[in-house]
Design a protein around this ligand. Structure first.
Ligand code: WTA
Length: 654
């Protein structure tokens, strides 16, 4: 974080949006939260008596044992619902079997090739219990860690819930990550088992998940066993004694497996996310507080009702998939749509075909996807009946007002409220968002903090900034779904989140509040990029580049991109004697994709014989960002060590 970024936050905050969209009366009447007055009263109630408020809200779950104490706050370490016992899998599955929902559909799944599966809550229960018994047979016990590296198939959800059932902590690694990234995560979590598939489908091609796993396992010493789902039927080598087919293990497994009563603070999952220093951060979430937060916000923000067909398009490899495809909706007994593949396969209307086929009523996606739909053209959605939709959501990055309006008019047909939900892997749950029956929305604003969330915009010293002025978004009080630590690294947790600005949770996002108090999030202020809604650390990309023998130095920055939000631009200095060439650019792009995964493949590589540095040797990223964006350099460059570097970098642009 540098002063330069705070300044750019203020520069960006000149954006002003005047349109306001109030919820329709019919929507409000039926909503869980029906008016701004009701919202304000709830927010105030939570503010005045947070523990009383959260104790009331915790009744959204079934507890085996009630907690003795709601919150123990030892900054920066929180414990919620201490002494309480529950099981996340029981809450997402078993408890619905005692109601009419036992035959309700839990999962409507569609594979990219067009195959489909339907699992009722009863089916989900049977599959989860059988697989939980398999995990036990493999020798896993409460407290162990398992990596899940899978396509978005029902088995991925079954695997997550089976872990939760027996107290095993899962770490889902996005199927688009490389073998290298998988190995790093296996090692950091000390995973004993990897659950994967022979492959998954993406844009008509097969993602070689098992081959990547085999490669990762060459340097994952803690992993003893691998379970492989047969998804594609590809021929994959199986190592005897180490690798097992899912279908063979499950064939003899009993469908009887009682859920383990777990302490509220039992670790439910680790999810790795990019930080501003090289190593990915293992964000740790625990059971009771996380599930209360995910279930409650799912109910309120998506105004969920039993008759909804709900589709969150995120992969389970991201936190959105965890909280809003799996834990939140299943805890609420919702019917969830899951789709394995790409939005433009076989054609650009695949999403709208799915909305029409399943009569989706609540749809949650990312701005980068919306901008792609805009580019593909409105004739695609227009070929489909989207009248089942009643509510739309957005997450992952700031949504630009043009994309918001397109989403509202073309997809929602001016009938559906839009909830622009701000949150993070670390927050576990949606923090700032409209409540669709209450909040008048402004395109591009995530509006107001939810009840129980105390958010503020401050300067570097933690002093609130006046309305209209940009600053750092912070959260002032602990909340139940907050991360508990970074796995195995309490110090990094403290430094990253609680010491940047004293005594508040530092989000690393810049934001402002307008004159009506609406929050406008403007993006990251650290060295983290948001490419297509996914967090990428510039450090990770840089260390991938310098691991290439022909590279001596590298700097990665973002450039505004109409579809992806930010595109990844890398400035590279080559080892002595190496000639720059187009072929080498391509080679380096592929190298990064291999080291981290295709999402991190640089959009642009620029060779330079030096990087602009301060006298103390820090790379001046702001200058590089300006150059990458083709902007004239503005602001203070008096600390620049070698002015000629700038001139040469600009030449490289031509
Ligand atoms: C950004 C995804 C503006 C933000 C749930 C945040 C957003 C980061 C929004 C977290 C939004 C997410 N408006 N920015 N509605 N939602 N962000 O951990 O920069 O993958 O810090 O969690 O995405 O990304 P993460």
């Amino acid at each position: 974080m540098s002063a330069a970024t705070a300044e750019s936050v203020m520069i960006e905050s000149v954006l002003r949006e005047k349109r306001v969209f109030a919820p329709a009366a019919e929507f409000s009447q039926r909503a869980h939260i029906k008016s701004m007055d009701e919202y304000r009263a709830l927010w105030q109630r939570a503010y005045d008596d947070p523990e009383g408020f959260w104790a009331e809200q915790a009744a959204i779950l079934d507890w085996f044992r009630r907690w003795d104490k709601v919150l123990e706050w030892n900054e920066p370490f929180a414990k919620w619902f201490i002494g309480g016992q529950l099981n996340a899998c029981y809450n997402c599955v078993d408890r619905h079997l005692a109601t009419w929902r036992r035959n309700k559909v839990a999962i409507l799944w569609e594979g990219e090739p067009g195959d489909t599966r339907v699992l009722r809550y009863l089916d989900l229960h049977r599959e989860v219990c059988r697989f939980a018994n398999v995990l036990k047979q493999l020798g896993l016990t409460k407290g162990d860690r398992v990596t899940i590296y899978m396509p978005l198939i029902p088995e991925a959800v079954v695997a997550m819930l089976a872990c939760a059932r027996i107290g095993v902590t899962h770490s889902v690694v996005f199927g688009g990550f490389s073998a290298e990234a998988l190995a790093d995560r296996n090692n950091d979590a000390k995973a004993r088992v990897v659950i994967t598939a022979d492959g998954g489908y993406r844009r008509g091609k097969i993602v070689p998940l098992k081959a990547n796993t085999d490669q990762a396992l060459q340097r994952s010493p803690t992993v003893e066993k691998v379970v492989v789902v047969r998804r594609t039927g590809e021929n994959v080598p199986m190592t005897s004694g180490r690798d097992f087919w899912w279908h063979e293990l499950i064939a003899n497994a009993s469908p009887d497996c009682p859920p383990e009563p777990l302490d509220s603070e039992h670790p439910l999952f680790i999810l790795y996310t990019s930080g501003s220093t090289g190593k990915p951060k293992g964000v740790l979430h625990t059971t009771g507080g996380y599930l209360v937060g995910a279930a409650l916000t799912h109910k309120w923000v998506f105004d969920i009702r039993d008759e909804d067909t709900y589709w969150c398009t995120a992969d389970i490899g991201w936190v959105t998939g965890h909280s809003y495809s799996v834990y939140g909706p299943l805890a609420n007994g919702t019917t969830v749509v899951l789709y394995e593949g790409a939005p433009n396969h076989p054609r650009e209307d695949r999403f709208w075909e799915i909305v029409e086929r399943y009569r989706v009523s609540v749809f949650y996606t990312a701005p980068t996807a919306i901008r792609s739909f805009m580019r593909w053209g409105e004739h695609w959605p227009k070929q489909h009946d989207l009248s089942s939709l009643r509510l739309l959501g957005s997450v992952g990055e700031p949504i630009n007002p043009e994309a918001w309006m397109w989403y509202y008019e073309v997809i929602g047909q001016k009938r559906c409220p839009i909830v622009d939900t701000w949150w993070q892997t670390e927050t576990g749950m949606i923090m700032i968002s409209p409540l669709p029956g209450a909040t008048p929305t402004k395109p591009g604003s995530c509006t107001f903090p939810l009840p129980g969330v105390v958010a503020e915009i401050v300067d570097k010293q933690g002093r609130p900034v006046p309305r209209g002025q940009g600053g750092y978004l912070v959260i002032k009080r602990p909340w139940p779904a907050m991360l508990r630590t970074l796995y195995g690294d309490d110090e990094r947790y403290r430094k990253q989140y609680w010491e940047q600005i004293p005594h508040v949770y530092f989000t690393a996002d810049g934001a402002r509040q307008d004159e009506d108090g609406y929050f406008w999030v403007m993006g990251r202020v650290d060295d983290v990029l948001n490419v297509a809604g996914h967090r990428l650390s510039t450090m990770e990309v840089e260390s991938a580049l310098v691991s290439h023998p022909k590279v001596t130095e590298a700097a990665a920055v973002g450039r505004p991109d109409p579809i992806k939000g930010e595109a990844l631009v890398c400035f590279v200095t080559l080892a002595a004697g190496v000639q720059p060439s187009e072929a080498l650019k391509q080679e380096l792009r592929e190298h990064v994709a291999k080291e981290i995964g295709p999402i991190a493949r640089p959009d642009d590589i620029r060779f330079t014989d030096a990087l602009p540095k301060t006298r103390s040797g820090k790379i001046m990223r702001r200058l590089l960002r300006d150059i990458a964006a083709g902007r004239e350099t503005v602001g203070d460059i008096t600390t620049l060590e070698d002015y000629s570097v700038l001139a040469r970098l600009r030449e490289e642009e031509e």
